[in-house]
Ligand binder design. Structure first.
Ligand SMILES: O=C(O)CCC(=O)C(=O)O
Length: 430
């Protein structure tokens, strides 16, 4: 049966369920089919019974049937959409695409429209702030207070900084990158075991950003794992789980110290953000991005301009650059210091601080030479925490600029919509 063949009745419902099992990412569309079909069956039974009692209802029955059939037809895509979807199914991985395609071209559905401004880069890498973690955690009050001050400036002026002397060993960082990359070397069948459709699935392998909403595909495959409050990771390759668990735990420790410094830099009590966002049970999502080499990198995007939904994102990548951040309207390529971590403030930092610390727009570009791997860990509030601007940071001359929203709902809002260069914050701005 073709994916979009229009069938009705119990047979269609059964086939729809089979489809979901075969192609979990069709879930949304198929659920709709199942719902419509179940509804048709139920209403047929209902009207069948009533009709036998009151013959005059036949007309009403037929009319309703037509409307429902139209509804069903309205989810049947055009031929163009059908072809588009078939392509999605065939190209479920950009790694597979690169490895199976010996040509030097890029499929048209990966070509991103770029404005001239998109291509201009300003080399201000030297100015990206560097924070020394050993000073931030120093027992010397002057040293610590100086580092807190620098951290506050970095969050306010850049929303982005490099962290040195963080205490996470280079050996562990390299292991994460190496073993993370080896996940993508598993067979497509093994990886597809983790191809979840739902945004908050504990482990999710995929490609692009969100296949169900992307109009253009992005040149990346990814593996996302919810690593806190409950740790989840694939069981293959064998060493990956243990490595990611250690890395996530250490990363969380670093973030918790940074959040203390950030709270103090805002004039708040040291544990303010920790308590307010329930970081103890906070949602930590680790994403391994796999960007294979591309024959025409100027035509595609690894990840388009976006902001992160959490409070703070910790990022590192292999030896290949590709991260660019937006600063005062300019795109700046980032070349981190050796052994440093990159950090950026996310949307929930901007919401909580009522805009004092901005969530930074960034993107990832790809190259012709080799595969770029990056590992981002988003640290956010507890999924059920409702976050709005901190009352301490709101006043008559600085009214609340964002509506309070549950973190879970915010993630769904962001991830179920196309990354269209706008920050998701625009959706909750007052
Ligand atoms: O690959 C990178 O450097 C950036 C990744 C990123 O922005 C993300 O995972 O949200």
């Amino acid at each position: 049966m073709s994916v979009f063949e229009t069938v009705t009745g119990p047979n269609a419902t059964f086939q729809s369920i089979i489809l979901v099992l075969k192609f979990p990412f069709l879930y949304g569309h198929t659920c709709h089919m199942i719902n419509v079909n179940l509804f048709l069956i139920l209403q047929s039974l209902f009207f069948g019974y009533i009709k036998s009692c009151i013959p005059n209802l036949t007309y009403l029955h037929n009319t309703k049937q037509q409307v429902l059939l139209k509804l069903l037809h309205s989810v049947t895509p055009t031929q163009k959409e059908h072809n588009h979807f078939q392509e999605k199914l065939n190209m479920f991985s950009v790694k597979e695409l690169v490895e199976s395609n010996c040509t030097s071209s890029v499929p048209s559905n990966y070509v991103c429209l770029k404005t001239p401004e998109d291509s201009i880069l300003y080399d201000e890498t030297d100015n990206i702030p560097t924070i020394d973690f050993s000073q931030l955690t120093s027992s010397n009050p002057d040293e610590r207070s100086n580092a807190i001050h620098q951290l506050g400036d970095a969050c306010r002026d850049w929303g982005f900084f490099m962290l040195i002397n963080h205490g996470v060993s280079e050996t562990l960082r390299e292991k994460v990158l190496r073993e993370g990359e080896s996940f993508f070397d598993l067979s497509q069948e093994e990886k597809m075991e983790y191809a979840g459709e739902k945004i908050l699935d504990p482990i999710r392998y995929g490609t692009s950003f969100n296949l169900m909403v992307d109009k253009t595909f992005f040149w990346r495959d990814y593996l996302k794992c919810l690593v806190h409050p409950h740790f989840n990771a694939p069981s293959k390759p064998p060493a990956l789980r243990e490595t990611l668990e250690e890395y996530s735990r250490k990363g969380k420790g670093v973030v918790e110290e940074l959040l203390k410094g950030i709270s103090l830099s805002l004039g708040l009590e040291e544990n303010y953000i920790h308590k307010r966002m329930d970081v103890e049970m906070g949602c930590q999502v680790l994403v391994i991005n796999y960007y294979p080499p591309c024959p025409k990198p100027e035509l595609v995007m690894g990840l388009p301009a976006h902001t992160d939904h959490g409070i703070l994102t910790l990022l590192m990548h292999n030896e290949l650059g590709g991260l660019q951040i937006q600063h005062k309207g300019n795109w700046i390529p980032v070349n981190p210091l050796p052994n440093s971590f990159l950090f950026n403030t996310g949307d929930h930092m901007e919401i909580l601080t009522n805009g004092r610390y901005k969530s930074v727009v960034h993107r990832a570009v790809v190259n012709t030479k080799a595969t770029r791997i990056s590992v981002g860990t988003a640290h956010g509030p507890n999924l059920d925490t409702i976050v709005g601007p901190a009352p301490e940071l709101v006043g008559d001359d600085n009214p609340a600029a964002y509506r309070a929203i549950k973190y879970r709902d915010y993630i769904l809002l962001q991830q179920n919509n196309e990354l269209d260069r706008k920050t998701c914050l625009d959706r909750i701005r007052i």
